[in-house]
Ligand binder design. Structure first.
Ligand code: DX5
Ligand code: ZN
Length: 216
């Protein structure tokens, strides 16, 4: 299976959201990654439900919604209602993670769990078979355009082994600082989805950049 690409709309021009989404529709992207930040779980506020709904209205790619918020259980249904295909919550934000994963799946969405750079992949051992996706944060969540953390490679390798050992179908997604230098190494280590924000939107030709990432 070729690597899947999920450009992060966080790095787009919010004043021209419709044309940015239409550009992604024309691209080889597999998902549109939607970063929700609440200013509490992470030190930044991005946007919320109405903007996600507006993105969904124009999107012809499934929405991969990354909830960087406290109490995500309160908003699962609402994000599903505005078009989330994948709903990813943070391990660090969930006291009853198994219940939260169950709730996401009951809504008919794919369930993902994101791990901050300091959180060990071993902590997911007991829920791995319930998951569709594990998102490894390769930066500290909260901002686009940060530097890729090199320890991520080792985490991907370790997580890949754990997924195989548990016979889980979970796909490994990498989020933060992805570019054409680290992408091939990430794919080789076992990544199945690459999120890329600034590398796509700040490039002179975002369509060509998505294509180049897709060829990894
Ligand atoms: C970071 C977000 C990322 C971000 C990635 O908190 O979760 O999805 O948009 O942006 P880049 O690719 O610029 O690091
Ligand atoms: Zn993200």
């Amino acid at each position: 299976m070729p690597v899947q690409i999920a450009p992060s709309i966080l790095a787009s021009d919010f004043a021209n959201l419709q044309s940015e989404v239409e550009m992604l529709n024309r691209s080889e992207a597999d998902y549109i990654h939607v970063d929700i930040m609440d200013g509490v779980f992470v030190p930044n506020i991005s946007f919320g439900l109405p903007v996600t709904e507006a993105i969904h209205r124009h999107a012809r790619k499934p929405l991969d919604v990354h909830l960087m918020i406290v109490n995500p259980d309160l908003y699962l249904e609402a994000f599903r209602a505005v078009g989330a295909e994948i709903i990813t919550v943070h391990y660090e934000a969930c006291t009853h993670l198994h219940r939260t994963i169950d709730a996401i799946k009951k809504l008919g969405a794919k369930a993902g769990v994101a791990l901050n750079p300091h959180t060990s992949v071993d902590l997911l051992g007991d829920v791995l078979t319930d998951l569709d996706l594990v998102c490894l944060m390769s930066v500290n969540p909260g901002f686009g355009g940060q530097k890729f953390i090199e320890n991520t490679y080792a985490k991907v390798t370790k997580l890949k082994k754990l997924i195989e050992a548990k016979n889980s179908k979970a796909i490994i997604e990498i989020d933060g600082g992805v570019n054409l230098q680290n992408a091939p190494l990430l794919v080789e280590a076992g990544a199945g989805i690459l999120v890329a924000g600034s590398f796509v939107f700040n490039s002179p030709d975002p369509l060509a950049t998505v294509s180049a990432l897709k060829k990894m």
